[in-house]
Design a protein. Sequence first.
Lengths: 693, 88
Amino acid sequence: MSQAAFSQKGFTQQLKRYYGLYTGGFIAFIILLAIAEQMGLPRKYIGYTFLVATIGLYAMIGVMSRTVEVSEYYVAGRRVPAFFNGMATGADWMSAASFIGMAGTLYLSGFDGLAFVMGWTGGYVLVALFLAPYLRKFGQFTIPDFLGARYGGNAARSIGVFAAILCSFVYVVAQIYGVGLITSRFTGLEFGVGVFVGLGGILVCSFLGGMRAVTWTQVAQYIILIIAYLTPVIWLGLEHTGSPVPQVAYGQTLKKVTELEKKITADAKEQEVRKIFKDKADTANAALKDPAKAYADGKARLEQDLNNLKAANAPADQIEAAEKALAGYYKDADAAKAQWNKEKGLAARSAPPRPHSTPFPGKDEKARDTARLNFLGIVFCMMFGTAALPHILMRYYTTPSVREARRSVFWSLFFLLYFTAPCLAVLAKFEVYSSLVGSQFASLPAWAKAWASVDPGLLSIVDINKDGIVQLAEIVIGGDLIVLMTPEIAGLPYVVSGLVAAGGLAAALSTADGLLLTIANALSHDVYYKMIDPAASTSRRVTVSKILLLVVALIAAYVTSLKPGNILFLVGAAFSLAASSFFPALVLGVFWKRANRAGAVAGMTVGLGVCFYYMATTYPFLRDLLGVTKPIAEYLWFGMNPISAGVFGLPAGMLTIIVVSLLTPAPGKEIQELVEHVRYPNLAGDTVVSEAT
Amino acid sequence: MELSAKHQEYWRKNLVITAILMAIWFVATFVEGWYARELNDITFLGFPLGFYMSAQGSLIIYVVIIGIYARYMNKLDHEYGVQEGEDK
């Protein structure tokens, strides 16, 4: 033990030295690239250099950490210090959606987007208080392991495996999608090629060294993504708030944004543009009441015009114009209907800007209360989902002790970048409202011109009322743009844009690594080793795990290449599903000795069932898939959005565990002792040995 | 095995601190969220308070809760003799 104690200390010192050098080296690399840019290195090559250098780096760490030992492969040898496990968890947690999308969501939905910020941070309180220390003491390899040992038999473990795979697979598809998107945008490679380049980067880590390689790569990825996120924000913040810590000082900027919102709402030109949208939407709505008739009427009117002109012997140019108008009319009734359906959506653009700092805006008291309920619903689901996602919980198996597991949750939360995202959203909004709105179409800011020409889905500015001046209502911004454009609006060189892309890539890769490992481990460890062949040798177990990892990765990449829609909803759904299935069984398993197998099996099934039922009846995509026809309103409970289905699933699951457990016999003495074993970091006279090596 | 009275007291203390911290968590999350509109009438550090809490204040409280729990429990382990061997 003393030998191990000594080496753990030395190991931590060594890690600090290595990662210190690594951080310095990375900053030097950026500075070199910046100098190369000044000397005329084309942008495309900067993108390539970042891609090749970072993926090559992750690959190198992967190769250096390769292993065939079971406990190294599954839990990194259980010697990851709290501080580094915190960074790894941060990278594991922050996905492409968090890195690129979070600030955008906050930009677009203002206060209401903060539900995700609160949910994704407050969840760590639950991890710290209810799960991390106890799971660490239990000390096996996967989350279904705990269910299997605590409740006995294969039923609870199987449901755990099913739920773990369900949540993680949905999530991993979204990550691979993000990888493909970032790679293709910054290097010009095709989306499909980008997916497979990224996949290579993911596999080389997890395949060779399992959790050990993934952990040390995630720490490296964390350092890149945090430098990438903070650099432009601090720069921009310095410019606007005069403080190097804009997270504290952006209150003044928020105040200015609120004033600009008022000005824009009252501005005559803005109102004019909004009125144009409203009229278009109204016309489309009227036409849609009877599209066939509206189409025929419209066509007849144009024909009538033409005939009238001809009959009156009007000048040739007028007749030509009328002929053109007729030829330009919708091809058929279906085309007209499609166009009207699109224009109906313009109603959204006829609304004045959403006040950024106002919670739960709505047209009346009832709408505002429903908005508030949904805000709290999302907070609830994101929190309990965070505390139940297997790829996160798994990380707390890797610390050397219970003590370090507790500290590690602290560092995990400390390292998340959610303190910064709301600040970035406000700074970006101020920039758009103050320097883009009101500028001349003839002389748009350079960054706006550049992005509008790259991808109109990210930024489109059209002079609707033809006054030559940009109105806010004429701008459409995609949420993903906010993080991507920040370096440019801050006037930083292109190398920082490359850095941001590298950060987004690191975020997506690290999360994908953790998720793939979770799925492969659930299959290889829980299904193959624990259920099918408990006599398998250790090297065989690791081999099976690696093969499964490869298979799962290829399936995930294939599903991603189909570009399934609704990815964002599905990611949100993963949280609700995880919260409903895992949380009650895990927490009651530690805190209530009386919880037994029948209760856990019933509770997890009911939790998942209720959650899925609510989504299936209220979410359009699933309703179509399953052929639900009755109106959504009949299925809604308290007006709750489908993404927050966990609000119903979790309590239902918890209640079921309690009721069924009480109706059936208490668990045996061994289980009671296992619970006691898990509750104390070190229990004198304890005979239970749960930790697997 | 039978748990000693000391062991049972350790677990009780754990439950008490967990309950207290959860109560703070609940207020910082759900009570704050419920009254966000009203809180916004107050200005704090130049922010409307409701916005500030959801964007930052509650997050800081979460970090502090976890920090307090880790410190308290790691100390409690020693007091009740249930600590692990040194790893540092």
